[in-house]
Design a binder for this molecule. Structure first.
Ligand SMILES: [Zn+2]
Ligand SMILES: [Zn+2]
Length: 431
């Protein structure tokens, strides 16, 4: 037997419906905030990610799915959406320096991570980017959108952490101070952090190894090194969030795993899943668009992890209910003569916007009931010789047990009945 690769989560019914419902809730909020959807490819030139995410990051060093095609070109399954979206926006001239462009995307991302709880090798993200001459208010708007999604889904135990990573002027000063500090505290660091001191010192602040925590706690804080404009940016974001009553905590250790962030970075973290888990994150990137040969303007964006969102929504009881009927009707013909009538009936019923399938493998009523249950149908329709003689069909409500005959032609009575029961079912689900 062949199983799915490690770190892949299959979605079986009704999970896929629930999953897609979450994606469309996120997309609804993005649409209301003026984001226009784009479709990104699953794979890109590998160099797109090495140039944007940074060579010394975990993603590029260890986690990318790389392959060579038959022409010898090197590609990567996309490990995240921002680089792809910027490539698309630059290629199609969607970025105008004096204006603001708002784009969103959704789809699977791929990272070869060590399989552990909550870490998938194929995971789904809904993301958004604001490109152009952006302001602190644009950063706030990104946070407002995520906050509104969180509120609609009543996500439990969520905290918003924000930080400011500085700009091209103040970040190097902080980096230098951090390296000096880390160099004098090497004995307190894990092997990875010792190496990171040289290659990617900011990532040390993100280390989860117990041994490193005392050193990290006393490390210099980026907030103390911010230049005047970065400090004003940071204060504008904080006061904007306060005036909108969106609670947040400033966390100067929040550096994110990617090289390109500048100024505001943020994470929405929930403790409802046992350990703390980040379900949405993002920030501003001043140099990235220019680095990818686009206009030299900043951008800011975020991505939401849909699998984590699903776990949290399930915890909150706001996942689309799984017990609702997934189909309206199953129809059982009893005997050869009934088969063609049932086939045309199915087509007519579907044309009325009602879901229906036929049960053609059996003429046993008991089997018919079992198949209707399997279909997730609310109604079983049975067409036997007696019914055909009376030009009727019997509709059995599998929830209440009620049986009602309806004329086969015209079908209006049957259709009206199904619709009215269905709308009542929807209402009772909502209440
Ligand atoms: Zn600065
Ligand atoms: Zn460490």
């Amino acid at each position: 037997m062949i199983n799915a690769p490690r770190g892949i989560k299959d979605r079986i019914p009704p999970e896929e419906d629930q999953f897609l419902a979450l994606v469309s809730i996120a997309e609804k909020h993005l649409g209301q905030a003026g984001f226009k959807k784009v479709g990104l490819p699953i794979f890109e030139s590998a160099s797109l990610f090495t140039r944007s995410i940074g060579v010394e990051t975990d993603i590029v060093e260890k986690e990318m799915y790389l392959f060579e095609d038959k022409g010898g070109e090197r590609f990567a399954l996309r490990p995240e959406g921002t680089a792809s979206l910027l490539r698309l926006a630059i290629q199609h001239h969607l970025i105008e320096p004096a204006r603001i462009t708002r784009l969103s995307y959704q789809g699977p991302m791929f990272r070869h991570e060590r399989p552990q709880a909550g870490r998938l090798r194929q995971f789904h993200q809904v993301g958004a980017e604001i490109l152009g001459t952006i302001t602190p208010q644009d950063n706030i708007d990104l946070l407002v959108v995520i906050d509104s999604i969180s509120r609609e889904l009543k996500l439990p135990g969520t905290t918003l952490f924000i930080n400011n990573m500085g700009c091209s002027r103040c970040r190097p000063v902080f980096r230098k101070a951090l390296v000096e500090y880390l160099e004098t505290h090497q004995s307190g660091l894990c092997t990875t952090c010792k190496k990171r001191t040289e290659t990617n010192p900011l990532r040390v602040l993100d280390c989860k190894v117990e041994q490193c925590q005392p050193v990290i706690e006393r490390a210099p804080s980026i907030i103390d090194f911010l230049c005047e404009s970065s400090r004003l940016h940071h204060e504008a974001v904080c006061s904007g969030l306060r005036s909108l009553s969106i609670p947040f905590t400033v966390n100067p250790r929040l550096v994110r795993g990617l090289d390109y962030y500048t100024e505001t970075t943020f994470e929405f973290v929930s403790d409802a899943l046992g350990s703390q888990s980040t379900w949405a994150a993002g920030g501003q990137y001043d140099g990235l668009i220019g680095q990818l040969e686009g206009p030299d303007v900043p951008g800011a964006g975020f991505a939401i992890g849909v699998e984590r969102l699903a776990l949290l929504a399930e915890k909150a009881g706001t996942l689309m209910p799984a017990h609702s009927h997934t189909q309206d009707i199953s129809i059982l013909p009893l005997g050869e003569l009934a088969v063609p009538i049932v086939q045309s009936l199915i087509r007519e019923i579907r044309n009325e916007g009602i879901s229906a399938t036929g049960i053609f493998g059996t003429t046993k009523i008991k089997q018919g009931f079992k198949q209707a249950e399997r279909d997730g149908s609310r109604f079983l329709l049975i067409l036997g010789e007696d019914e055909m003689a009376r030009r009727e069909i019997v509709v059995k409500d599998l929830l209440t047990g009620e049986q009602t005959p309806f004329p086969l032609s015209p079908l209006a009575g049957l259709i009206g009945y199904i619709r009215s029961v269905r709308s009542q079912e929807k209402i009772s689900q909502l209440s």
